[in-house]
Design a protein around this ligand. Structure first.
Ligand code: HSE
Length: 348
């Protein structure tokens, strides 16, 4: 049985959910041939904690809001991310800090420090992936590590793995997706008569929304995800700024209700496709879909992606796109991929 030591960077909803899953059942992954031990945690508000023998996850989870790790052995009130990422006895760095939609920092540096010191990384953070996936993947390969980011799009729903593994034998010509759970949830609640503001508050209470929900409803969250998918699925080589993005705030509430009465459903659609001359068109925009569109009835915070393929026609995957446990599951998917990578290194 292999034990992987984890350093959790950011101790918000997602990494707390991962800690909860590990604490609830330490043998959860035994059938896969490994177990997980958290040896370090850093957080902007709580500081940092390093305990090589394994952090008492119950104790850190029950730390009152506003207190730091200072009172714990190996704890400090400051989050010394670079030192802990580079020097803690972690094998895998789990990056789940906030997403900066302008340059992906400081998360991108967290990933770089980890890979540079030979540690594999799993992240649910869209920033480093949208801006630097290619460079970070190369850095990982140069250091014998893996950079894994299934949760950057569609949280735990395995859209990247599906495209990379199961659809590898065909050509994906384009995709359309509902890529933001908050805005889909908000539109659904506005169809039921709520205001935009109250619907956003509900989405925040459910844990779907970003720390700053303007990224969700303004389109920039989907802009990052379209760039990630376009690069992964279409080899587009684009940046988020290449994706023309409009959010849902400009849709008149009455238009949403009137469309629903007529059987059409407003959805925030992120899409990209290859043009005949080899270019890429990538956009985010609200669209009123006809009832027979494959994405028209995707409900609540659920996400979906429809791939346009040469051999199978349209293939659609749907599932959770947000939520703490759902996103933590993506980290587990990545850790399983890192485990396979480690086994391949041993066999080579
Ligand atoms: N805030 C995002 C959403 C979470 O609502 O979809 C995952 O990126």
């Amino acid at each position: 049985m292999r034990t992987y030591n984890l350093a959790l960077i950011g101790f918000g909803g997602v990494n707390r959910a991962l800690a909860q899953l590990i604490a609830e059942d330490p043998t959860r992954f035994a059938h896969l041939g490994f177990e997980l031990k958290v040896v370090a945690i850093t957080d902007l508000l709580m500081g940092s904690l390093v305990q090589s023998e394994g952090v008492d996850l119950g104790a850190v989870q029950s730390l009152p809001r506003g207190e730091t790790f200072e009172s714990f052995a190996g704890g400090s009130a400051t989050a010394d991310n670079e030192r802990i990422i580079r020097d803690s006895p972690a094998d895998i760095v789990v990056e789940a800090t906030f997403t900066d939609p302008t340059d992906g920092e400081p998360a991108a540096s967290h990933v770089r420090w980890a890979l540079d010191s030979g540690k594999s990384v799993t992240t649910t953070n869209k920033g480093p992936v949208a801006f630097h996936a290619e460079a970070l993947t190369k850095l990982a390969a140069d250091n014998g590590a893996l950079f894994a980011y299934e949760g950057a799009v569609l949280s735990g729903t395995p859209v990247l793995g599906l495209a990379r593994d199961q659809l590898a034998g065909l050509t994906i010509r384009g995709f359309q997706g509902i890529l933001n759970g908050t805005s889909n949830y908000v539109i659904g609640r506005m169809e039921a008569g709520l205001t935009l503001e109250s619907a956003v508050r509900e989405a925040q209470a459910e844990g779907y929304a970003e720390a700053d929900p303007t990224a969700d409803i303004g389109g920039s969250d989907v802009q990052l995800k379209v760039a990630i998918l376009a690069n992964e699925l279409l080899g587009a080589g684009i940046s988020p700024a290449d994706v023309d993005a409009t959010g849902i705030t400009g849709i008149a509430p009455d238009d949403i209700i009137d469309a629903a009465r007529e059987g059409r459903r407003y959805k925030l659609i992120g899409s990209a496709r290859r043009t005949e001359d080899g270019g890429i068109i990538a956009t985010v925009a609200p669209r009123a879909l006809e009832a027979d569109h494959p994405l028209a009835h995707v409900p609540g915070a659920t996400n979906a992606v429809s791939f346009e393929t040469d051999l199978l026609g349209t293939v659609t995957i749907t599932g959770p796109g947000a939520g703490r446990i759902e996103t933590a599951f993506a980290l587990i998917t990545d850790i399983i991929a890192i485990h396979s990578h480690e086994k391949e290194k041993v066999d080579a």
